[in-house]
Write a protein that binds this ligand. Sequence first.
Ligand code: AMP
Length: 426
Amino acid sequence: MIKAVRGTRDLLPPDTALWNFVEAAVREVFRAYNFQEIRTPIFEETALFARGVGEDTDIVAKEMYTWEDRSRAASEKGQSLTLRPEATAGIVRAYIENKMWDRGLNKLYLIGPMFRRERPQKGRYRQFYQIDAEVIGPASAGSDSPARDAEILEMLATLLDRLGITDWNLELNSVGCPNDRAKFNEALRQALEPVKDKMCADCQRRAVTNPLRVFDCKVPEDQPIIEKLPRISQFLDEPCRKHFEAVKEILRAVGVDFRENDRLVRGLDYYTRTAFEFTHGALGAQNAILGGGRYDGLSEALGGPAAPGIGFAIGEDRLVMSLKETAEGVLRNPEVYVAPMAAMNVEAARLARELRRHDLVVELGDDAFRLKKSFEAATRVGAKYILIVGENEVKAGAFALKNLATGEQIAVARAELAEAIRSGRV
Ligand code: AMP
């Protein structure tokens, strides 16, 4: 038997209703903040991610699905392509390619699958889904303002509240600008020099290549060493400090709780200032539901004009998981099961069409079913009513409508059926 590939999975009903519920809430909330949808390709040139995500990140170094595309001429080398492991690089490429700075400030969101070759476990997949949003544009349009950072964070808090997720924590930091980080990096390198030999193999490598990434380390034995390293908060210059203060001031004013965490560091040169993560208590080891931050240098790193930006990616799989217990009433079972008696499929189809045009959820049976089987089928799909369609009923223009929970039954004229079902008065 052929099975779904390791790390991928089928999303089946009724869970898919939860996914749709989440996506509908996302679209509604984001709309209120004037975000608009962008859809970019699922694969891009490998070089985009190498530059846009960073060569020495785990994603680029170990986790990408990359292949050489077949070239037209046998002598030619194929293009190197990669399934997108995240959305920001593709969106910034689209921003540059489509000259979107002409539109001023762009507030964009994207919902779709991402691909990373990670070791699968609960809450970690090789094909997973992200809800991604980015604010990007020329500085003259206010894209670098702390008001944008605060707005995005407040929008996320609103979304989580709307979804009924209450026990989230917002961890907030400023990683400064490239100058601050160069100093911080140097301080880290010096601090790591005498202790790095006691650390894990990854950290020994990071201590030389990119000391900032030491903060990604999850090895328990390394944590006491990491705890004593210098902190980025000691290295922020005056403009970065002011920017961070302004973000926090707005968050306090609008009533969004946060916790400062100066160990939350994104290690790439073009990451600037605000960095954040939302975690959720119920998720266990993979407890980050979303992460994001500012990337004022990314557009330039990808060959575009200066375009400050800030964005985030929500892990939709984890969001849905943290929602499962709380989400009631998301499912819409059929309101009515239309049960045709012998040779009544045609009439039943006509009736079902009428009811569906009144925006009712209708399940349609089959005239090969005996009445008992129709009742069983109606119960299995969770229908509220069963509607019997026999020759006499069609002639009389009135149908037996039975409430499957109470057993109560009434005869209803054809023209009044939709209203009787919707009102739930039987
Ligand atoms: P990142 O792009 O790494 O900052 O991830 C953003 C969010 O995507 C994380 O907070 C997770 O919720 C989610 N995520 C990342 N990798 C995976 C994965 N392999 N499986 C499921 N969710 C993921």
